[in-house]
Design a protein around this ligand. Structure first.
Ligand SMILES: [Zn+2]
Length: 484
């Protein structure tokens, strides 16, 4: 993990990044004529980054053309990604950032730090290329210690989610996932209660138990909780994450290429919950937040559940299983039913749930559906642009619920046509009685190739989104209190 610092002045020998407003650009006295000409040229050509190598140290000028908005912040992150590569390619350990605006600076550094992520646990031998970059230094007093700490926690929490997604099921089975929650909770300070198989059976969590039937490893149900004395919400915000640590599809077996070969990522929803809970506890946010993770693999074995089976869910609803690969909704439904007991203010679930979501929008946005009110949705959309983890909303029309009708049970687990991301959400909606949002991250949780500041593998999508959104919830609750 990269460290962040502040210092008063740039040294001449620093690797340095200068963020400059293009329209107010004036000749920089300490630069040579050719360097100043280079900057002028870049402005005329509307380039956003220009590298001015000066002997041993690297100087990068980042040019800002527009007012501060979500697009400018994203340009900063992307420039950060280029700067990260440049520093590592040149074996530099430290870089100093000078800027005229704190938000631009923070986004640029977020881009550098997110890009500097590596997952090297399973590499051996001398050829391992550790990134050289270890330290980022903010120049001047623009950035407060509070902002630095927030940034550090946001990066660390995204790394946690990425690490969990990148771990294969040969290490990260359902039992290990709950151990990981315990160790993250111990370090950052949230409570973890893990239900093991006997309790899950006694509670009759039929969805989770059915999916687990083909597995050699028992399921877990993890309850993560941050409940500070100064919580501003009377009813908790509940985050639910799909924890299918590996998805073969079950008897409705998946093909291998571009499918089962990356299904270790089918617990990415639970990785979001772990990352966000880490941030909530590390920052000691004045919010009561509960995380719920139903976890198992979806394996094949002599006891596997089969298409045509009828199972009784935790809620008592009977479900005719039409496809064992539509397992995520079965485990999530049991967690969503459990959430009713908590009388939540809001429940948000994260799940790599459907290929339909990927077909609908590609890898550029996550699919949002749900019953929470417009104010909550508009805050979430605002966050989604601010952190550039975009969302697209699909309707929750009852036509899609009609597709789930069964001749012999209360419902089936599979829609009939296209728009499968919506019939999946309609299935989940059946198990809720509170304001609820469902975020399908099937297209965004895993990169098959590195893309700017998101590496190959787990992206950690959802973590920065939720942290930003929870900040907004705290603001809204604080305003409410003041009004009284
Ligand atoms: Zn599946």
């Amino acid at each position: 993990m990269i460290t962040f610092k502040t210092k008063n002045k740039l040294n001449l020998t620093d690797q340095q990044v200068l963020i400059i407003e293009a329209k107010n650009h004036q000749t920089i006295a300490s630069f040579s004529e050719s360097q100043n000409n280079g900057i002028q040229n870049a402005i005329e050509n509307k380039k956003s980054t220009i590298v001015l190598n000066d002997g041993s140290n690297i100087i990068v000028v980042v040019l800002v053309y527009d007012d501060l908005n979500w697009k400018t912040l994203e340009i900063m992150r992307k420039s950060g990604s280029e700067i990260c590569k440049l520093m590592n390619d040149n074996h530099k350990e430290s870089v100093a950032i000078a800027s005229f605006n704190d938000k631009l600076s923070l986004s640029l550094v977020e881009g550098i730090a997110l890009s500097n992520y590596q997952f090297l646990k399973y590499k051996t031998g001398k050829k391992i290329k550790h990134n050289s970059l270890k330290e980022i230094c903010f120049i001047g007093k623009l950035i407060t210690d509070h902002q630095i700490n927030q940034l550090k926690v946001i990066i660390e929490s995204t790394y946690i989610a990425r690490d969990l997604v990148n771990e294969p099921q040969s290490f990260l089975n359902a039992l290990q996932l709950s151990e990981e929650f315990k160790s993250i909770g111990k370090k950052s300070g949230f409570k973890v209660d893990v239900w093991s198989e006997p309790k899950i059976s006694a509670q009759k969590m039929g969805g989770l138990l059915a999916v687990n039937k083909g597995s050699k490893i028992p399921p877990t149900f993890s309850i993560l909780e941050h409940h500070p004395k100064n919580a501003k919400n009377k009813k908790p915000i509940v985050l639910v994450g799909k924890g299918i640590v590996y998805d073969t599809g079950g008897l409705s077996l998946k093909p291998t290429p571009q499918s089962m070969d990356f299904m270790k990522c089918d617990m990415a929803g639970s990785a979001v919950v772990a990352g966000v809970m880490n941030a909530v506890a590390e920052l000691n946010l004045p919010l009561h937040v509960v995380g719920l993770v139903p976890a198992t693999d979806n394996w094949i074995g002599e006891n596997s559940y089969a298409p045509g089976d009828v199972i009784t869910m935790y809620s008592g609803t009977t479900v005719e299983v039409m496809n064992t690969d539509a397992e995520g909704r079965l485990v999530l439904a049991d967690a969503l039913h459990y959430a009713k007991k908590l009388k939540p203010e809001l429940v948000i679930d994260f799940a790599t749930l459907t290929g339909a979501a990927v077909r609908a929008i590609g890898p550029y946005a996550s699919a949002l559906m749900g019953t929470a009110d417009d104010k909550v949705k508009s805050n979430l959309f605002e966050s989604s642009y601010e952190v550039y983890e975009r969302l697209i909303e699909f309707p929750l029309w009852d036509d899609y619920a009609d597709e789930l009708k069964s001749e012999i049970a209360d419902m089936t687990n599979l829609g009939k046509g296209e728009g499968g991301q919506i019939s999946a959400a309609k299935f989940l909606e059946h198990f809720t009685d509170y304001p609820w949002l469902h975020i399908d991250i099937a297209g965004t949780a895993f990169n098959h190739a590195a893309k700017t500041y998101n590496p190959h593998g787990g992206t950690g999508v959802g973590v920065r989104l939720m942290i930003n959104f929870l900040f907004k919830q705290i603001d809204a609750l604080t305003k409410k209190t003041i009004k009284k």
